[in-house]
Design a protein around this ligand. Structure first.
Ligand SMILES: *Cc1c(COP(=O)(O)O)cnc(C)c1O
Length: 355
């Protein structure tokens, strides 16, 4: 299916920074994908110059946050081809989020095709320096003008692209994480497994507090007993205990991370035993203290694999693996990033060629 394209004028094109100057999420490319939903169908899909929306102040997303999004990446390969990583998984998850938030689904081929064509238009924006990539942000918002409490009948779906550098300025060096003490991000029956804006808004306050104490990341606990580790704010979490890989099971409150899923498959292929089990933070701290927990790391699209060197829990800081990158995290990172960037053969068929 061909999607109509309206190119921006040559003089409207933005200046591209050097790859080494790229940060995360502040700069966007020259074009975007846009379509709207009305009369029970998606209409008028098109690629247009990147632009602002005009919105009525009563637009429903501004009041009740009926909003979902996705986060994915495209990478430049050594032969100059561009590949996305498992885009159909994102299409599927977007529809899972849509269902939970009472929003319309999007045909998965349209989702992937729209992004493919958009990247082709802005392919000059895909950076090449190691550690950089093109971040892709598909978003759906309720666009009807009304403030009654019911699902919107109209929606916008758009995709914007951002050339990005490393998510953490320290790159693959271990980060520090703060175990949330005051708030929770998701409760059973809530929206934790949907990628919806409100989940993130709920984490900002405690994340800010953690940052002011020097911890860039927060680890969220379950909302009932406040002792089982769930995940980070935008990343899933894994631990190496006695040589086996542990991660909390998906149970409605945890986001179905595609990196999580991929890392599990990679680990299994490497012969590592993977256990999806609930992890009590108190037991975990004990195992960190006696070194049977030898590694901890976050996994997610934005920062791929990020080792955790220090964990703050109830007034004490615990060091993991002497604050060094662990062997298993390193192996998984090399394999995952190698496949994403085309430096290692993709035997899983995870990469999707754009151009
Ligand atoms: C996006 C996200 C993840 C990671 O998912 P990926 O598909 O691996 O990027 C994990 N947790 C939360 C809360 C997220 O929003």
């Amino acid at each position: 299916m061909d999607i109509p394209i309206l190119l921006c004028k040559e003089e409207e094109k933005k200046q591209k920074p050097a790859d080494s100057e790229l940060t995360f999420g502040k700069l966007f490319t020259d074009h975007m994908f846009f379509m709207y939903y009305r009369d029970e169908k998606w209409q008028d899909p098109r690629i247009i110059p990147y632009q602002s929306f005009e919105m009525d102040p009563a637009c429903s997303v501004l009041h009740y946050s009926q909003e979902i999004f996705e986060g994915m990446k495209a990478f430049l390969h050594p032969d100059d081809s561009i590949h996305m990583f498992r885009p159909y998984e994102n299409a599927e998850r977007m529809n899972l989020s849509a269902e939970r938030m009472c929003m319309p689904k999007i045909n998965k081929d349209l989702f992937v095709n729209a992004i493919t064509q958009l990247i082709r238009v802005d392919k000059e924006w895909v950076p090449s320096l190691p550690g950089t990539s093109l971040y892709i942000r598909p978003t759906m918002i309720a666009s009807e003008t009304f403030i009654g409490l019911r699902p919107s009948n109209e929606f916008y779906f758009f995709v914007i692209l951002a050339p990005v550098g490393p998510f953490f300025k320290d790159g693959f060096n271990p980060t520090k994480a703060y175990v949330a003490a005051e708030s929770v991000r998701a409760a059973p029956g809530g929206t934790g497994e949907a990628k919806t804006g409100g989940n993130y808004a709920a984490t900002l306050c405690e994340t800010n507090k953690a940052r002011s104490l020097g911890y860039p990341m927060v680890i969220w606990l379950d909302s009932i007993e406040r002792r089982y580790v769930e995940e980070g704010s935008g990343m899933n979490i894994m631990f190496v205990i006695d040589g086996q890989l542990y991660t909390p099971p998906l149970g409605g409150t945890i986001l179905h991370g595609i990196t999580r899923k991929s890392v599990i498959e990679l680990a299994q292929k490497m012969g590592i035993i993977v256990k999806e089990e609930r992890l009590d933070i108190n037991t975990l701290i004990e195992k960190i203290s006696n070194s049977s927990c030898s590694e901890a790391f976050f996994v997610g699209t934005a920062a791929s694999i990020t080792p955790i060197g220090k964990i703050y829990f109830k007034g004490t800081e615990y060091e993991i693996n002497n604050n060094d990158v662990g062997e298993i995290a390193q192996k998984l990172y090399d394999e995952l990033v190698g496949i994403q960037t085309g430096k290692i053969q993709d035997t899983f068929n995870w990469t999707y060629k754009v151009v």
